[in-house]
Design a protein around this ligand. Structure first.
Ligand code: NOJ
Length: 513
């Protein structure tokens, strides 16, 4: 047995709570729904689950606008339900990590309400980013489009890097630090195994709030808005809290950067255990891009992570399919990418529904969409609802077991998802679900014997092949079959394979020769 902490090579399954399983029948997923599906997750073969926010919230951003950091929104259940969920997850051998949202609160948080009720210059206002002026204090725009500053009736402006209902905290105020240390302890005391930290690179802003240089379009990881050096002190303090609890409690940061070196700054022995590595999720279907990402990541980060989809991006079945004339390419490539990701050292994050091969739902009616990005851009940007459609569990028509019969899921499910339910796929050895189960079981059986390093093998153009101890992984991103590397047997493949050739859009695990 390897003697490394669980998170180093865990497979973590992201549960977007609103869309996983609805036990109460109100059309929104909940904690009880998750608890009832724990056997499914254990059988899938993941090591841990990450729950997106379930704390009390007006849901201006699906719960990433937290009004009370120490509770459960009635929409999702109660604290007792949460405690039962932790206990039962642990009984199934599953770790449980929860989201913490430290960059901003809800505008309904008691601190923000107190700030609005207090005069400019008051200690209550100092817990957020208030500024005077006839005009917005700088040129920053919200990540959700539109200005990043809103005005209150007495003329002051407050900063919100996301929706106006999500005012940014002032991390230069010690009260904010104390509050979050206490919030971490609150959930650690309830038994959580760790945290996913929302917008982890955002807490501190440039002290002068300088303008973003006009030439800089799009996201820049080094900017007056993101990744100020002071943020690392926060994670050093958080690490001390995590380390003071037994049982390898861990934190993974949502850190968007444009270089692996910037990402690595967050992953240090006295800071975060891991950061999401979004490079692959942003990359096209290309062996050259994948190889560069793998090389850069392994060179820069001691605890690598891999992820193909999450609740903020277009599902990868759809992303990969869009460049191809072959209608099956999206699913074939998604399964191939899974095998490549699971063969690499480090941990892998899966997003609910990818094990069912769910595509992005593009055709949601405008009136059903709830993402603030859609609303703030006046419909110009579709937003993220298309990857958040409630899961199809069983049956032949909506709500497909997501809600009890008669329930109406908060986003409509496409009728063709009848063919993709977990129930239907569980009985079909050729299904995506069956493939995920096989791949995860195999990874688990090999995990302890595989070294942390990979070695590249010679491979034809548009393909990759690497070995990791006794395992060889090859992936064909090109459009013609290629010879398989020398091997001593096929362990698993993402598509039809024979002993000598690897088809396009396919990956394979081989026993090394
Ligand atoms: C990142 C979360 O993943 C996303 O869903 C949310 O909208 C923003 N942070 C703001 O909290």
């Amino acid at each position: 047995m390897k003697n490394s902490p669980w998170w180093r090579d865990a497979v973590v399954y992201e549960i977007y709570v609103r869309s996983f399983a609805d036990a109460s029948g109100d059309g929104v997923g909940d904690l009880e729904g998750i608890r009832a599906r724990l056997p499914y997750l254990a059988e899938l073969g993941v090591d841990a689950v990450w729950l997106t926010p379930f704390q009390p919230s007006p849901m201006a951003d699906g719960g990433y606008d937290v009004a009370d950091y120490r509770g459960v929104d009635p929409l999702f259940g109660t604290l007792d339900d949460f405690d039962a969920l932790v206990a039962e997850a642990h009984a199934h051998g599953l770790r449980l990590i929860v989201d913490v949202v430290p960059n901003h609160s809800s505008s309904e948080h008691p601190w923000f309400k107190a700030a609005l009720a207090s005069p400019p210059g008051s200690p209550e206002r100092d817990r957020y980013m208030f500024r005077d002026g006839d005009r917005p204090p700088n040129n920053w725009t919200s990540t959700f489009s539109g200005p990043a500053w809103s005005r209150v009736p007495d003329g002051q402006w407050y900063l919100h890097l996301f929706a106006p209902e999500q005012p940014d905290f002032n991390w230069r105020n010690p009260a904010v630090h104390e509050e979050f240390l206490d919030v971490l302890r609150f959930w650690l005391d309830r038994g959580v195994d760790g945290f996913r930290i929302d917008v982890a690179m955002g807490l501190y802003k440039d002290a002068d709030l300088s303008d973003v240089p006009p030439s800089e379009e799009g996201f820049q990881s080094r900017s007056p808005i993101w990744s100020q050096p002071e943020v690392h002190e926060v994670y050093r303090a958080w690490r001390k809290v995590l380390d003071s609890y037994p049982g390898d409690r861990a934190a993974v940061g949502e850190v968007w950067t444009d270089s692996p070196e910037d990402l690595a700054l967050y992953v240090r022995p006295d800071e975060l255990h891991q950061s999401f590595n979004f490079a692959w999720l942003e990359a096209p279907w290309s062996a050259t891009s994948f190889r560069k990402i793998i090389d850069d990541t392994l060179a820069a980060v001691t605890a690598p992570t891999w992820v193909l989809s999450n609740h903020d991006v277009v599902r990868h079945v759809t992303r990969y399919g869009e460049g191809s004339l072959n209608p099956g390419a999206g699913n074939a490539r998604a399964n191939a990418a899974l095998l490549a990701m699971l063969a690499l050292p480090g941990s892998a994050y899966l997003y609910q529904g990818e094990e069912l091969g769910l595509p992005e739902v593009r055709e949601l009616p405008p009136e059903a969409r709830q993402d603030p990005i859609f609303k703030r851009s006046k419909g110009e940007l579709p937003g993220r609802d298309g990857c958040r459609v409630p899961l199809p569990w069983s049956g032949t028509e909506a709500p497909f077991g997501f809600s009890p019969d008669g329930g109406r899921p908060w986003l409509p499910q496409p009728p063709e998802w009848a063919a993709l339910t977990a129930e239907r796929q569980a009985g079909d050895p050729e299904s995506t679900l069956a493939f995920y189960r096989r791949a995860l079981a195999l990874r688990r059986s090999l995990r302890d014997s595989l070294p942390d390093a990979i070695a590249w093998l010679d491979a034809p153009a548009d393909t990759l092949a690497f070995s990791r101890g006794e395992l060889v992984c090859a992936i064909n991103c090109g459009d013609r079959p290629v010879p398989l590397p020398p091997h001593d047997g096929v362990l698993i493949s993402s598509g039809p394979v024979d002993e000598t050739t690897l088809a396009p859009d396919t990956a394979v695990w081989l026993r090394s020769a």
